[in-house]
Design a protein around this ligand. Sequence first.
Ligand code: DGY
Length: 323
Amino acid sequence: MPKPVLLITRKLPAAIEARAARDYEVRLNPDDAPWFRDGAEIAKRAQGADGILCAAGDPMSAATIAALPASVKCIATFSVGYDHLDVAAAKARGITCTNTPEVLSFATAETAMTLMLMAARRAGEGERMVRAGKWEGWAPTQLMGVTLEGKKLGILGMGRIGRELAAMARGFKMEIHYRDINPLPAEAAQGAIYHDNDDSFLSTIDVISMHVPGGDATRKWLNAERLAKMKPGHLVVNSGRGGSVDDAALVASLTSGHTRAAGLDVYDGEPKVFPGYFALENVALLPHLGSATIEVRDAMGHRALENLDAVLIHKKPAPHAIG
Ligand code: DGY
């Protein structure tokens, strides 16, 4: 039996590429060249392929999917988020789409916690000061931030990542509040306080951490009107999807000081970053490294391959099918 043909759009950890090469005739993108941003190029490279292992940021739009050959039966994204992948268009063509949930929840929550600490304690600003040779020694009023202890953390989207963050934040003695479509069962909520409307949520919390999926339903959710409802001096953290924040509104709020500080790992239209952020000291900017640990990227790769194996080799339903 010939091996199924698998197009892998991005360079992956060595163990994952080795496993893929064992079970598939692989087409790799060995140098991570930018053709991955071009849907037409992906479709061209997919000629004769049975499956595609793509990644967050790949333009797997309806147009890309329409241009894929009929041979493609499974698209496995190396990510939990799939706002880059038109699942409905794929489904209409009989293509199974899958993602990599669970394995990255803790790491992504760690990134949110990192950003929260950087924002609260002005860590990026301090690091830049030291590197620039501008630090003149300890001073009683230098770079004073705020403590997280006793603050109210508002988690927007209490899914797996939100719940991991809640567990970490309890260790920082924060009080946990959350906003979601429905409340969690008491055992899962672990004492976190549910808000069934934006106004009570926003007016209560000191820090907001965004954990909502991308797409039209959450587009620019954190806008000027919602920021204005938050207490002066609040913190904003986003490690979910960049499109859920109105960048111009957040820059204005950071500039006025109504938002004390922010920490961002994701950007609308990334890798483009809203230019207004660069002039601000009170925003920490990370390059979408939410799940970027050695352990997690291996686990994500294995999960993506388990899904492809199910569909293309074992002819079974994929364990993490989406849509
Ligand atoms: C995800 O998995 O959706 C991340 O944002 C990409 O690492």
